[in-house]
Design a protein around this ligand. Structure first.
Ligand code: SF4
Length: 382
């Protein structure tokens, strides 16, 4: 009989011990990475599937394994104020700590890792690949990096050594101590604010809104460049009242300069009966956000040059004219300054990147090895 491929074992080269957990009086061990606080008995996996308990500790079973790599425009993350026009090396693993019924990457997030994690790469191998393909950053995306934080932090460190930055694309569902550790390694984040109602979070994502708002407020206090995305789903989170409530909170807690993206939903996973988001809904949301004083509000997943252009708030000049992921006109200096003297908030470092809207899937052949990075804690025992 063949061995159970889902069985956790520290003998597996991609399984590493982790730090954020504690034992409970009833013999279970609690993973402390995200507010799910999974309480596990020996051999059990958490809801995210890639973390679990073996040998009386919580392990990560996807260190160095990926569901694939791709060079993308940074605008696809989406980040509009972070090295505009540059290429980013995107990758993800498997599993997720949310369970969104509308997941647009469900083949990855809901997969059992053994049939998805075909590719592998060490942190240094990824950093070298990013450099080779002219990427100015690496993005942890497709699924939530919260659940593979040890691997993501080591990749970010290896990238930093080569002058390449790290981007987290996340739902922001993370506990305070691991959050501080994780974002200490990141340069930018796009956080999905999936709705502005507790009811939606509980029924549709099986998570809780206050924990996400806490992450947003935390990030605002750090040096991590922050942008936020809300996917508008017809009939579920797109009422005027809910959008207005989100924008009022946003203006009060994050201020007018954090970019907010409203993007279009397409029917997927367990929400195939819901229609696509009409472009007019995105434009309406943008109008509401601007009425609340937000200066950088964008529409996404549609052609809408007006809704995708960055306008200088001082002189009203369109300074970055975009259509979807393409930059058609760029009028900022190397530091993000407009000709009028105003500086657009963000991370600008040199001219526009020129990558365009291309998407280039990659195959990497660089298996991760034990002791590959600082958070591969096996290195401590070698
Ligand atoms: S990271 Fe995974 S195992 Fe840990 S609490 Fe969250 S869902 Fe559970």
């Amino acid at each position: 009989m063949s061995e159970d491929p889902d069985r956790l074992s520290l003998a597996d080269p991609y399984t590493v011990p982790t730090a954020h957990w504690h034992g409970l009086d009833d013999g279970r061990i609690q993973c402390d990475v995200c507010p799910r606080n999974c309480r596990l008995r020996e051999g059990q996996r958490g809801l995210c599937f890639v973390r679990g308990r073996v040998d009386d500790q919580i392990v990560l079973a996807s260190y160095g394994r990926s569901s694939g790599f791709c060079v993308d425009p940074i605008e696809k993350k989406p980040l509009n104020h972070f090295l505009p026009g540059s290429a980013v090396l995107s990758f993800g693993t498997a599993g997720c700590n949310l369970a969104c019924r509308f997941c647009q990457n469900w083949d990855i997030s809901k997969s059992r890792e053994t049939n998805t994690l075909a590719a592998s790469a060490s942190p240094d191998g990824l950093a070298r690949a990013a450099e080779k393909f002219g990427c100015r950053s690496v993005a942890f995306t497709y699924n939530d990096p919260v659940i593979f934080m040890e691997y993501a932090m080591d990749v970010a460190d290896a990238c930093r050594e080569r002058g390449i930055r790290a981007v987290a694309v996340s739902a922001g569902y993370m506990n305070a101590a691991p959050r501080a550790e994780f974002y200490g390694h990141m340069d930018a984040a796009n956080i999905d604010l999936k709705a502005f109602s507790e009811n939606f979070y509980e029924k549709v994502t099986f998570a809780r809104l206050p924990a996400v708002l806490e992450t947003l407020e935390y990030l605002k206090t750090t040096d991590v460049w922050l942008e936020v995305t809300t996917l508008l789903i017809p009939g579920h989170n797109d009422s005027d009242a809910e959008i207005a409530a989100e924008c009022a909170w946003f203006a009060e807690h994050l201020g007018p300069d954090v970019p907010l993206h409203f993007s279009a939903f397409h029917p997927d996973f367990k929400m195939r009966d819901v229609p696509r988001t009409p472009p007019e809904t995105l434009r309406k949301a943008r109008r509401i956000a601007r009425e609340h004083g937000l200066r950088y509000v964008y529409t996404g997943n549609v052609h809408d040059p007006d809704g995708q252009t960055t306008v200088c708030p001082e002189c009203d000049t369109p300074v970055i004219v975009r259509d979807w992921y393409e930059i058609n006109d760029y009028r900022l200096n190397d530091n993000g300054g407009c000709a009028c003297g105003a500086v657009i908030p963000g991370r600008f470092d040199g001219p526009e990147g020129g990558w365009g809207s291309r998407r280039m899937p990659l195959r990497l052949a660089d298996p991760a090895k034990p002791g590959a990075g600082k958070h591969d804690r096996r290195a401590l025992a070698l």
